[in-house]
Write a protein that binds this ligand. Structure first.
Ligand code: ARG
Length: 398
């Protein structure tokens, strides 16, 4: 029986050429799988037909938008996940859900190999292959661009020679990855890290410098998950989409940064994640109100580690799974409302209310009649600073 390879297919030039390229290099049949994570662009049916026209024996499209929002974006919000304190893991979150569907397709179509269109320089090759290794250790991975030296010029020549139904001319200067949680733009003039981003590269966000009226929104959370906007119940996917519109319309969620890739390279990326940034800011503040101090402090460390694991492609690893358990437990009481003003590129919290609130007005108030016994503070500080005092008696000259 002819061997089969499942290819992660986007519909673009590179993965379209991969179909024939893999077939020639390996003698295998290629099954193309396109996963919809809200990347927009062409309809998936057009993409499916193109895969067949390019020589795939089978082509499948999977609508994974709700699954992506609920099982991949939501955990990131609960973890306030920001790699290097800034990047909401947009691309890193989508790879594991794509991997899951590639593995399912490999099983269904009897394939023993999975292929992807990544180069050998980025994080995404690691995320695909580490993900496959964790879900299906028996499958082999190949990356034609990396393993069979399929350069862009060779891909264009191949497409023209075989008459593949794909445009080979309009080459965007950027490398773009998008899904419902955000967009990542790199290469082109952005590779000179002194060059500022131009308005042209943004799609999910408006210029924050343009004058417009502020937008106020109330986000309701239940156990860390956004469940309503301005009192209207929403699914996770709807919450992200509506916030992409409203926060994006105010220029919220633009990020321009140099980041540390797993492969050791520093790279410049411009991201936009209006929904992601607004949701994380709101969620973080509700945690401030509802999570006990020691748990909250410890969670910051867990969040950083969680983000690094996901960035590094270890979504399906035992440590990430265990940290998910911690993050869920820490989110037990993160229920309530956050009011936010979206304006001028910022999402600013202006109000919080929660039945799970640990904020005690009578303890916090500076008005007369508070319930905090200030006389206890003196003895507390004496003992709290005792070890420093003893050391200072030895170390500090009088
Ligand atoms: N550097 C980001 C990451 O590793 C985004 C990579 C996505 N690809 C792109 N063509 N911009 O998650």
């Amino acid at each position: 029986m002819t061997q089969r390879v499942v290819l992660a297919y986007s519909g673009g030039l590179d993965t379209s050429v991969c179909i024939g390229w893999i077939a020639e290099a390996t003698g295998a049949e290629v099954v193309a799988v396109a996963v919809d994570v809200g990347q927009g662009g062409e309809s998936l049916d057009v993409i499916r037909k193109r895969a067949l026209a390019c020589g795939a024996v089978e082509a499948e499209v999977v609508d994974a938008k709700d699954e992506f929002a609920e099982e991949y974006c939501l955990p990131a919000i609960k973890a306030n996940a920001l790699y290097m304190d800034r990047y909401p893991l947009v691309s890193a979150l989508s790879r594991p859900v794509i991997v899951k569907h590639l593995v399912a397709a490999a099983r269904k179509h009897g394939a023993d190999t999975v292929a992807h269109g990544c180069t050998g320089k980025g994080n995404d090759q690691v995320r695909f292959e580490a993900g496959i290794a964790s879900l299906a250790p028996d499958l082999t991975c190949i990356a034609p661009v990396r393993d069979y030296a399929m350069t862009r010029d060779k891909a264009i020549a191949f497409a023209e020679e075989k008459g593949l139904p794909i445009a080979t001319s309009k080459k965007s200067p950027y490398s773009i990855d998008a899904n419902v949680f955000g967009r990542a733009v790199e290469t082109g003039f952005l590779e000179d890290i002194w060059n500022g981003p131009i308005e042209d590269i943004y799609e999910y966000t408006q210029d924050p410098a343009v004058a417009r009226e502020a937008d106020e929104i109330v986000i309701t959370f239940r156990e860390g998950a956004p469940v309503a906007l301005d009192g209207r119940p929403v699914t996770m996917l709807q919450a992200i989409k509506e916030l992409n519109e409203r926060a994006g319309g105010q220029g919220v969620g633009r990020i321009d940064m140099v980041e540390d890739r797993l492969v050791g390279i520093k790279s410049r990326e411009v991201y936009e994640s209006p929904g992601g940034i607004a949701l994380i800011a709101a969620h973080q503040e509700l945690e401030n109100v509802t999570v006990e101090r020691e748990l909250a402090r410890y969670k910051r460390q867990v969040e950083q580690r969680w983000s690094e694991l996901v960035y590094d492609g270890l979504w399906f690893s035992p440590l990430k799974r265990a940290l998910d358990g911690f993050v869920d437990e820490a989110n037990q009481h993160v229920s309530g409302d956050i009011r936010m003003t979206l304006h001028g590129g910022r999402a600013v919290v202006t109000g919080r209310r929660s039945e799970q609130s640990l904020y005690d007005f009578n303890l916090a108030t500076y008005d007369t009649g508070d319930s905090f016994d200030q006389s206890l503070a003196k003895g507390f500080i004496d003992l709290f600073s005792l070890s420093s005092k003893i050391a200072a008696k030895r170390d500090v000259a009088p």
